[in-house]
Write a protein that binds this ligand. Sequence first.
Ligand code: IPE
Ligand code: IPE
Ligand code: MG
Length: 252
Amino acid sequence: MSDQPPPIPPDKIPRHVAIIMDGNGRWARKRGLPRFAGHRAGMEAVRRVVARCGEVGVEVLTLFAFSSENWRRPQQEVGLLMDLFLTALKNEVKKLNRNNVRLYVAGARTGFSDKLQRSIDQAERLTAGNDGLNLVICANYGGRWDITQAARSLAEDAAAGRLDPGTIDERTVAERLALARFPEPDLFIRTGGEKRISNFLLWQLAYTELYFTDTLWPDFDVAAFDAALADYARRQRRFGRTGEQVAQGENA
Ligand code: IPE
Ligand code: IPE
Ligand code: MG
């Protein structure tokens, strides 16, 4: 007898999971450790969730690693987070590449040091040919930044005469967003107990199923991730239609 929960049918696995990895600082404080120890422990949780996504067939995993507002933290913590990002790129990318993971970094990357920008570029180039899990790391990312850069790029094209402003619609805006190449997230997870979006994917979360858990990110393990998947599998996504329409399989 296996004590595994029943497997989730493949059509109930989200194509795109987006996670706010929160609670590292509190995890460390509870243990009398400096906040940074929590960030380091959080890396283990990243490895677990990346591996699990590959196993269950999630196509895109987006992780919020550093928000546009996180620069407001004490300089020392910001510096250590940047070091951790650089070390993670150096140590993890080869393994991600071996596992057929394609890595993208979304956010205002000119905010990072030249060295970090170079190592991001290298990691993206190295994994560009992979066709397994798409791993998107949101770093110096903000949902408002994303919509603003899309608007600016549309305005530039309009001003240069390349675009008729009258043709701008939801699709043309969506095409300029940082994650345009991917389907919108089906499942959003926030660990750490807070129930807010904190300027994550504002546009893209319009119809995403939201899942909040008190589990702190470094404690988030495969069972906790599977619990979120199981919760998602029980939801009925209506996109404005009635429950009856959806039950009858009407998609139009
Ligand atoms: C999330 O954990 C990681 C980052 C924002 C970089 P926190 O550092 O926000 O942890 P708490 O919320 O203080 O516990
Ligand atoms: C959100 O967490 C950002 C990341 C996880 C990278 P925060 O800890 O920064 O969010 P707030 O400040 O509590 O809303
Ligand atoms: Mg936090």
